[in-house]
Design a protein around this ligand. Structure first.
Ligand code: NAD
Ligand code: ISE
Length: 336
């Protein structure tokens, strides 16, 4: 069976996902596109094989009989309405992060999904599919390092555009760590604090950069994450888990080591698209297989909500300078 997927949002990541699905993955084709900007759908449709129907609205695409599953890759504030429409139409939906821009919005998605009694939603937290993070999780779960005590983490981008402002360091960037560390530890957060070191001269006026986020989990694990989005030298993700009987580091991407002109060097990736290429492929193949097999897995709506609740607390902590508590609502047994 070839699954027919419709993409809402033919921008940067919508295009990347569409090309990956058609050029690299198996079992699916892109049958439909929708975007508020018709230039984007026209440009992408031209690059895709077979017949691709362009819809005037995301709602029409979801309702169409030509679509078995939906990818929502439009701007964050538009996700909630499309995801709920897909659930109501009985169509599995892969939604790029964030699931919704507010915790209330995520809750409305959860209510809609729980009401159907079936899982429809996979959220695009692709790090859970990264081989390095998976190896780290397997090691922690083996118990050989003892209980995890601390995580030291780094999320650096070479630079960000003028539209990137202080809260985006949380909502757009840290949100990946917020999801990943919950999953890695099998634990939830109870508090967050944000501290601001001296600002780099490379940052725009509207972004405080760097920032250090301090998190605490229900089991007392302490996590520090440095977010530095104008580090200049490359895209750099680091994660070191300190446990009772040892320490484990996230493997770095493979990179050629070379000796030249009296120096020993390795290249550093510049872009998150390259750093998580394998993870994007595995997450999307999982979605395709889930649509074909009638069972959606991976990061759920509940995980989307958990990231949103923690993200809201971190933004509050940015503004207050205080330690802010993080309280999750009760988890429906549906997501147990
Ligand atoms: P983008 O601006 O390049 O593309 C977004 C597209 O959505 C644009 O073509 C825009 O015209 C379209 N759009 C906006 N409103 C719409 C609406 N109401 N209906 C239909 N289309 C609409 O943005 P992007 O960088 O591709 O980001 C899209 C989403 O993907 C964001 O939620 C972002 O957070 C997420 N993202 C995730 C990752 C990741 O690592 N998982 C990386 C980048 C972006
Ligand atoms: C971007 O928005 C993403 O989602 C990337 O995955 C992330 O790593 C990057 O730093 C963000 O800016």
């Amino acid at each position: 069976m070839t699954v027919r997927l419709g993409i809402i949002g033919a921008g940067m990541i919508g295009e990347a996902h569409a090309l990956r699905i058609t050029q690299e993955l198996t079992g699916a084709r892109i049958s439909a596109l929708a975007d508020v900007d018709p230039n984007n759908t026209a440009r992408l449709a031209e690059r895709l094989p077979g017949e691709v129907k362009v819809f005037d609205s995301g709602e029409d695409l979801i309702a169409s009989g030509e679509v078995d599953g939906v990818l929502v890759t439009s701007w964050g504030p538009t996700h909630e309405a499309y995801v709920i429409a897909a659930i109501k139409a009985g169509k599995p939906v892969f939604c790029e992060k964030p699931l919704a821009t507010t915790a209330d919005g995520c809750q409305r998605i959860i209510d809609a999904e729980v009401a159907t009694g079936r899982r429809f939603v996979q959220v695009g937290y692709m790090r859970r599919f990264d081989t390095g993070y998976r190896r780290l999780k397997t090691l922690l779960e083996s118990g050989s390092l003892g209980e995890p005590l601390m995580i030291h983490a780094v999320h650096r981008n070479p630079e960000v555009p003028e539209r990137y402002i202080t809260p985006m360091a949380i909502e757009d960037t840290l949100v990946h760590e917020l999801d990943t560390f919950r999953w890695l530890l099998g634990d939830d957060y109870v508090s967050a604090q944000v501290v601001f070191p001296r600002k780099t001269r490379h940052a725009h006026a509207k972004v405080e950069d760097p920032q250090i986020v301090l998190l605490e989990t229900t089991r007392g694990v302490r996590i520090d994450v440095e977010i530095f989005v104008n580090c200049r030298y490359g895209y750099d993700i680091q994660c070191s888990v300190v446990a009772e009987d040892g320490l484990a580091n996230l493997p770095q991407p493979e990179s050629l080591e070379y000796r030249h002109a009296g120096k020993l060097s390795t290249d550093i990736l510049q872009d998150w698209k390259d750093r998580f290429a394998q993870a994007f492929s595995v997450e999307l193949q999982a979605f395709i297989d889930g649509v074909a097999g009638g069972e959606i897995a991976g990061p759920s709506s509940w995980d989307g909500l958990a990231a949103a609740v923690a993200s809201d607390a971190c933004v509050k902590a940015q503004n207050s300078g205080q330690i802010e508590s993080i309280t999750m609502p009760e988890r429906p047994t549906f997501y147990a």
